[in-house]
Ligand binder design. Structure first.
Ligand code: SF4
Length: 353
């Protein structure tokens, strides 16, 4: 293990890289897209694995790398083939039409639908049909050190995931140790959740994974239950759990939004919130592209690598003007490298720009 690699952040990057290389989708022909740190209002997942239809993914690329939010999805999914008054073409969204008009203009500005004015009426038509490109969503919680107290904390999160069933599978990824995963930990977690152990030491920087417990498929097309509040387990806490039902249509819409954000973000976007323009920042060419700080002589976390870091030093202007190693200096080169890798995982993306 590299110095500084014992953090949850470094483990998460390893887990994402492992999933990108080794995840076995339910259908052999699915393409895997991995993202990290995204979710819904009251639940954020560490790693998301999307199993995608290859043809659909290629068609999705025509809409650009940026995510389509819920308003834009409403427009692109229902935009008609031929010019039509927008209120006749799009189903009532459940909120005022003026927001639909705004979304329509944004969609036109992005070039994903066409609009025109006929008299006072705005008409629209689609440029391409929006594809059904994401087949399955797998949510992974990363816990490098799965001891009894970490497992306790996970139970609440995984019970939430299972009850809501927004993702097709829920998993825990943990670091492989010399011992087997304690059976008692397996007993505590919901049986529907899978456990995978990742080995990062002595494997040349590339994690290898082995499944300790297989996940069960969750009922994503059924209505789900959102757990809002639960008793804290204290002997004196006699409160009841609070929950609400969510219907299948809500879940389907949320899954589309999550897939869109995962498509746009990927897992390499961590560099956007770090300081690769610091002279001490160095990407390691060890497969996982873990960031490395020369000043600290270890992998740094995204939290500490900021302008507020006491050792931050901007890269010297000469690095940029001498074209080191390519134009823009090492910070810009790192961002370009990671962006290129993200695009490479999005079939068809290089053909649209
Ligand atoms: S900002 Fe701090 S942590 Fe980041 S590379 Fe520079 S010295 Fe290292």
């Amino acid at each position: 293990m590299l110095p500084g690699e014992d953090t949850e952040f470094a483990f998460e990057l390893r887990a994402c890289r492992w999933a990108e290389r080794a995840w076995e989708p339910a259908r052999d022909d699915s393409v895997v897209v991995v993202a990290r740190q995204l979710g819904i209002r009251d639940r954020r997942w560490d790693t998301l694995v999307l199993e995608c239809d290859p043809a659909g993914l290629r068609q999705r690329a025509r809409f650009g790398l940026d995510a389509l939010d819920s308003d834009l999805l409403h427009v692109v999914r229902h935009a008609p083939e031929d010019w039509t008054y927008y209120r006749d073409a799009l189903p009532h969204p459940g909120y005022p039409w003026r927001y639909v008009r705004e979304a329509l203009h944004r969609a036109a500005d992005r070039g994903v639908v066409e609009t025109r004015k006929t008299g006072n009426r705005i008409e629209c038509r689609r440029r391409w049909p929006y594809p059904d490109w994401c087949r399955r969503i797998v949510a992974i919680e990363n816990k490098p050190d799965l001891d009894a107290s970490a497992a306790d904390a996970l139970v609440t999160q995984l019970e939430y995931d299972v009850a809501l069933s927004l993702a097709d599978e829920a998993w825990v990824a943990t670091r492989a140790t010399d011992g087997a995963v304690e059976p008692v930990l397996l007993e505590d977690l919901p049986v529907e959740a899978g456990i995978v152990t990742l080995e990062t030491a002595d494997t040349g920087g590339v994690a290898t994974g082995s499944v300790a417990w297989h996940a069960r498929s969750l009922a994503v097309t059924d209505p789900g239950t959102r757990i809002l509040e639960r008793p804290d387990g204290d002997a004196f806490d006699a409160s009841a759990a609070r929950f609400e039902y969510v219907d299948s249509a809500w879940k389907a819409a949320k899954r589309r939004e999550i897939a869109e954000r995962a498509y746009a973000r990927g897992w390499r976007s961590y560099v956007e919130t770090m300081r690769p323009d610091c002279r001490h920042y160095r990407p390691r060419a060890d497969g996982a592209v873990l960031p490395w700080c020369d000043a600290k002589s270890r992998c740094q976390t995204a939290g500490e690598c900021s302008g507020a870091c006491p050792e931050f030093e901007p890269e010297p202007p000469a690095w940029r003007t001498r074209g080191w190693p390519i134009e823009g200096g090492p910070g810009a080169a790192t961002k370009r490298l990671l962006a290129r890798r993200r695009r490479r995982r999005r079939p068809g993306m290089d053909e649209v720009e």
